[in-house]
Design a binder for this molecule. Structure first.
Ligand code: SAH
Ligand code: SF4
Length: 351
């Protein structure tokens, strides 16, 4: 027999039940054992096989020969005065993403990244300004969640998860779907929100999932021409096609689609915009989330949020048209952890 190079060990983070079963096949293939190992990773969030305390030592040793547990490493944590925590996580290839933990009333919201940059190239977004990155794997996305929960001690607490960090979730369906599957045992889909810039084929695929998360759509414009200027790659799907996909998105009773609208002074904040928005959204169960631009003079020169009076006037016009509207006064702005400010690379501070 020729000598074979040992097959690489499987990272149990990101493995589905079938992969766990395959790795246990010649050690201990009993179904309850497969469940046990799967749950050590997905529910108990253990950092090593050694920590799987109800497995015998020999079993842990045999498993360690074939598999391992590997999460992205947390390389930086920054606390904002408002309680927001920004974390930088590094992967094996050295790429870095950022994630954000936001204490809210009665729960904590964790915001995850799905790509190391973004190819959509929205002109108001730092992640977009950095250009396209690579897709994170399901293991890396789920590993982000595991690493964050372990390091913050949040495991077991009421949690909302939002895919609103770096990247476009519907351009990384493979990673997103695997992460959703791995979360399925511990986080209700009602507590998960996927935010998209409106990738129509991805929306259709999301709509077909048996356990659909909540949907947030970044509209950001009220005409196709304006949207094409602001969100070049997303506007490849015309507004009417996007709206059709939203009308077709199956919603459970009482659920609404969140429509995100970043307010940019002098660009998309006019009274005409405010009047057009309810017309576009007519007949859709939505809540509109107005997000005053989080500025970044380095990456987003020349772009500003409207002043408070103009923001309130915009919101009032929507409310007068019977729209459910809220203004998202972003958290974590002081430490560049707010929407659109995530950059992933550790940018050295001058001086
Ligand atoms: N790619 C997805 C999810 C990540 S962006 C999407 O675009 O929906 C998350 C949200 O942040 C989006 O609603 C986006 O419009 C918003 N956003 C991006 N840059 C921003 C900025 N500079 N200020 C405020 N919100 C921003
Ligand atoms: Fe990408 Fe979303 Fe930023 Fe647009 S707003 S560049 S889609 S991350």
């Amino acid at each position: 027999m020729t000598a074979q190079t040992p097959s690489p060990r499987l990272n149990l983070v990101g493995a589905d039940r079938a992969q766990v079963a395959a790795v246990l096949a010649d050690i201990d293939p009993r179904p309850y054992r497969i469940e046990q190992v799967y749950h050590w990773v997905t529910r108990r969030l253990v950092a090593s096989i050694e920590d799987m305390s109800n497995l015998s030592k020999p079993l842990r040793a045999a498993l360690s020969e074939r598999a391992m547990i590997q999460d992205p490493g947390i390389v930086e944590t920054v606390h904002a005065p408002d309680g927001t925590l920004k974390l930088a996580l590094v992967h094996r290839d050295g790429s870095v993403v950022e994630a954000v933990v936001m204490p809210m009333e009665g729960h904590v919201t964790v915001c995850l990244s799905v790509q190391t940059g973004c190819a959509v190239g929205c002109v108001f977004c730092v992640t977009g300004a950095l250009g396209p990155g690579r897709n994170l794997t399901g293991a890396e996305i789920f590993g982000q969640y595991r690493a964050i929960l372990r390091s913050t001690g949040l495991a077991g607490q009421p949690l909302n998860l939002v895919f609103m960090g770096m990247g476009e979730p519907l351009l990384n369906l493979e990673g997103l779907e695997r992460a959703l599957e791995l979360l399925a045992d511990t986080v209700s889909p009602r507590r998960i929100t996927v935010s998209t810039s409106g990738i129509v084929p991805g929306l259709r695929r999301l709509a077909a999932l048996p356990r659909r998360p909540n949907l947030a759509v970044s509209l950001n414009a009220t005409t196709q021409a304006q949207r094409a200027r602001l969100m070049p790659a997303a506007a490849r799907w015309p507004l009417d096609e996007l709206l059709d996909a939203l009308h077709a998105y199956p919603l459970e009773r009482g659920r609404r689609i969140t429509v995100e609208y970043v307010l940019l002074a002098g660009i998309n904040d006019s009274p005409d915009d405010a009047r057009r928005l309810p017309v576009l959204l007519r007949g859709l169960p939505v809540k509109v989330n107005l997000i005053p631009l989080n500025p970044d003079p380095q990456f987003l020169p020349g772009l500003q949020a409207p002043d408070e009076e103009r923001i309130n006037a915009f919101a009032a016009t929507l409310a007068a048209a019977h729209m459910n509207v809220t203004v998202r006064w972003s958290k974590g702005r002081e430490v560049a952890a707010a929407c659109g400010q995530l950059r992933g690379r550790l940018v050295p501070t001058p001086g």
